[in-house]
Design a protein around this ligand. Structure first.
Ligand SMILES: Cc1ncc(COP(=O)(O)O)c(C=O)c1O
Length: 353
């Protein structure tokens, strides 16, 4: 029998070394353009559902898997409710899927750069990250991703932080040829106007990750979901466990989907128009933002930390990235109302001058 000394010193898991910085909050500036959230607010029906929550919504447990919201999501995307699993944000869905589909040590491949939490959950789950550099034009190298033969191929469409949308033909190739499981992260699909959700369900060895945090303006509620063939969805649900989504979140998101899709679509149109104008202003000021299909743009700069710091001093919060593979330093800026974007473009130009 092994003897465990009482009060033995706590030894952290080596895999967790280096993860703490990911937990740091971005300071909330007056104009918070750092998290790609909805700068036009929250669907009114969702807000109403929260304001009129009943005592039982708080004193009782929610349904284990949120059947009503799964039905609403299924209607929204043209799939079946048992092809949808809910989680506490898209982050939680990614985490659960990694645990559901991988044994410790197996490899997860993703483009570099991509959504930082892909690496985070790979490492925190004892899996091996395989970062595949983007091509010279910033696009995901789907051929190189396939060549890794990793257990999971994660790809983000549009990609965060570049904003670039991988061509549909390449995503289809990935789905056709992958030997492992494809995780297609469509957190920004409402802005790109493109989804492969139905093909993914048919393919049977892939899942799509979606969220209520972006176009749906509900980041604070923490609600995301995965869509895929039923056997995969059931495995993710097992890894997640019951009661992961609160009654209030379920009610609000169901209200948003059933009553406020026109609100969401209208705000998406506003974001796209504001992005178009912002990009034009940036070019006019000699910046070269990457082509974006999302609600943010990535702008290469010489010293991203200094730029973010100076903008923060003016009440503008953006996300600084240092030495991104193939891109260098850059700041990622969420698209908000036109007046705000004019202000940001002018502030950037003043810094560069
Ligand atoms: C690509 C991508 N996927 C997933 C998420 C997770 O969103 P949430 O956990 O808020 O649903 C984000 C959030 O920034 C994201 O950018």
């Amino acid at each position: 029998m092994t003897h465990v000394a009482p009060n033995a010193a706590f030894v952290p898991r080596p895999a967790f070394a280096g993860l703490a910085p990911y937990l740091a909050d971005a300071p909330k500036a007056a104009l918070h353009l750092a998290d790609n959230t909805n700068q036009f607010g929250t669907p009114p029906a969702a807000l109403h559902a929260i304001r009129t929550a009943a005592t039982a919504d708080l004193s009782e447990y929610p349904p284990s898997s949120g059947p009503q919201l799964r039905e609403a999501v299924a209607d929204y995307l043209g799939v079946a409710p048992n092809e949808v699993v809910l989680g506490c944000g898209g982050d939680n869905v990614i985490d659960c899927a990694f645990r559901a589909f991988c044994e410790p040590g197996q490899r997860v491949a993703f483009p570099d750069p991509t959504f930082v939490m892909a690496r985070y959950f790979t490492v925190s789950n004892g899996l091996t990250p395989v970062a595949v550099p983007v091509r010279g034009d910033g696009s995901a190298d789907t051929t190189a991703l396939l060549e890794t033969e990793a257990r999971i191929l994660y790809i983000c469409a549009p990609n965060n932080p570049t904003g670039m949308q991988p061509p549909v033909a390449e995503l289809r190739m990935l789905l056709e040829r992958a030997t492992g499981i494809v995780m297609l992260d469509e957190a920004y699909a409402e802005f790109a106007g493109e989804t492969l959700v139905r093909e993914v369900v048919r393919q049977g060895r892939a899942i799509v990750v979606r969220t209520f945090s972006k176009a749906f303006g509900l980041a604070g509620l923490r609600l995301g979901f995965a869509v895929g063939a039923e056997p995969l969805i059931l495995e993710i649900e097992k890894a997640r466990g019951p009661f992961a989504v609160s009654n209030v979140a379920l009610r609000a998101a169901t209200a948003a989907l059933t009553s406020d899709l026109p609100w969401v679509r209208d705000r998406v149109r506003q974001v796209l128009a504001a992005r178009h104008e912002f990009v034009r202003l940036l070019h006019e000021r000699h910046f070269t933002p990457l082509p974006s299909a999302a609600n943010f743009v990535l702008v290469p700069v010489t010293d991203s930390r200094a730029v973010a710091q100076r903008l923060a001093e003016q009440g503008i919060g953006v996300r600084a990235f240092t030495q991104l593979t193939g891109i260098g330093d850059a700041v990622r800026i969420t698209i908000g109302p036109p007046e705000a974007m004019h202000r940001v473009a002018d502030a950037l130009a003043a810094l560069a001058a």
